[in-house]
Design a protein around this ligand. Structure first.
Ligand SMILES: NC(=O)c1ccc[n+]([C@@H]2O[C@H](COP(=O)([O-])OP(=O)(O)OC[C@H]3O[C@@H](n4cnc5c(N)ncnc54)[C@H](O)[C@@H]3O)[C@@H](O)[C@H]2O)c1
Length: 370
């Protein structure tokens, strides 16, 4: 643990989405470095109570970031720092449920900023998404000054909307915001599921002895970043003065091919079922993700440390240690991930969102006819 985290000793800190993949790791680190109280605000829409660190200085408040009663409750505790990680995650989920995406990522972020501003917090750190807000076709490595209008899912749009609200509050009210643009998190704490990232899902299937489904050619790259490195960047963003008003990438700054990822996971887990290929998802328009972390290094001294293979081993160890809980929690309705579904296998989720699906299908039809 670095001296930089001493700032958090005896502080009250609010982590929205603190039960989630990144939030649970952030909560644990804050609690372990001596925060007086870490308030986890989470509605458990995409996480599990067993994933919240069971530590005496962690206070769990179950509720929605859009709910004024809940917000009054958590801000009554006068948090010095707010880490706003709660989000409707992620791309395919937002396509299936665009209204819920806007409610949480748009309205929820606005409400969190309003309460943080009224309470006069020392810092509001917004978990933005570098994978989203640079859109497709941005020059590589991705740098903070690039702006894109080529956003291809509601999630990408609302993660950008969150940044724009941060800008508004910073400029109009002087709210000390920081926008941390995270890239492709992986690590212990992320439970596999229909809408989850590729690494937990691949590890889950590999441990079950199933072939790993690659959507595309496998030549696509991502900037996989170990969750401990992201937590380090977030904590620096939450306490260092130079971060206020800034936006910066938090990434590993290393490109990894999906094919190499799948091969490595099969090798590390001893899975002999191999790889299978499926067609690329329509919204998935980025063939490469690679971020510059030069600004984060310069402004807050961020330096990612965990090598990919070592990070993957930690994930696999965590899966083995928590296997019963993970296996009971992982859900791939109706038995497959969004990564491999197509129109012919529309899921229960899509059927539930029938009006939207029908609307979109009707619109597409009209386009085809027109
Ligand atoms: N995981 C990544 O690769 C990645 C990449 C870029 C950005 N981000 C951002 O980082 C943040 C954390 O990501 P994560 O991977 O931990 O996601 P996650 O889904 O694991 O965690 C989000 C948490 O927010 C909670 N939540 C959702 N809606 C809520 C609501 N209305 N009220 C209260 N709680 C709610 C969920 O239950 C969950 O615990 C998100 O803002 C995400 O957009 C993540």
């Amino acid at each position: 643990m670095t001296d930089d985290y001493r700032y958090y000793e005896n502080k009250t800190v609010l982590v929205s989405g603190g039960a989630g993949a990144i939030g649970s790791n952030l909560t644990r680190t804050l609690a372990e470095c001596g925060a007086r109280s870490v308030i986890v605000l989470d509605n458990f829409s995409s996480s599990y109570k067993w994933n919240v660190p069971n530590l005496p200085n962690v206070m769990l408040v179950e509720g929605d970031v859009c709910d004024e009663v809940v917000l009054k409750r958590v801000f009554f505790e006068k948090p010095a720092v707010v880490f706003h990680l709660a989000a409707f995650f992620a791309n395919q989920n937002s396509i299936d449920y665009p209204d819920r995406d806007l409610a949480t990522n748009g309205q929820g972020t606005l409400k969190m900023l309003q309460y943080a501003t009224l309470r006069g917090v020392d810092r509001f750190v917004y978990a933005s998404s570098g994978c989203s807000i640079y859109g497709s076709g941005a020059p590589l490595p991705l740098k903070e000054d690039f702006l894109s209008m080529n956003l291809s899912t509601p999630y990408q749009i609302t993660k950008m909307l969150g940044e724009l609200y941060c800008n508004f509050f910073h400029h109009h009210y002087g709210t000390p915001v920081v926008k941390a643009r995270l890239f492709n998190s992986y690590g212990p704490g992320e439970v596999p599921g229909q809408y989850r990232n590729v690494i937990p899902n691949f590890v889950y299937w590999a441990l079950k002895g199933q072939p790993l489904p690659i959507t595309g050619s496998g030549e696509e790259t991502r900037d996989f970043t170990y969750v401990g490195d992201l937590v380090d960047g977030l904590l620096r963003a939450g306490c260092l003065k130079a971060a206020v008003g800034e936006q910066f990438n938090l990434a590993s700054s290393v490109e990894t091919r999906i094919l190499d990822l799948a091969t490595m996971i099969n090798e590390l887990t001893g899975n002999e079922a191999g790889i299978k290929f499926a067609s690329r998802r329509k919204w998935d328009s980025k063939s490469r993700l690679w971020a510059s972390v030069e600004r984060a290094e310069r402004v807050i001294g961020y330096r990612p440390k965990v090598a990919f293979r070592e990070g993957l081993k930690t994930v696999i160890d965590w899966f083995r240690a928590k296997w019963n809980l993970i296996d009971a929690s992982a859900s791939f309705n109706p038995g497959m991930s969004s990564a491999v579904r197509d129109r012919a296998t529309a899921s229960a989720a899509a059927r539930e969102a029938e009006p939207v699906v029908a609307l979109v299908a009707g619109w597409n039809g009209a386009q085809e006819r027109g």
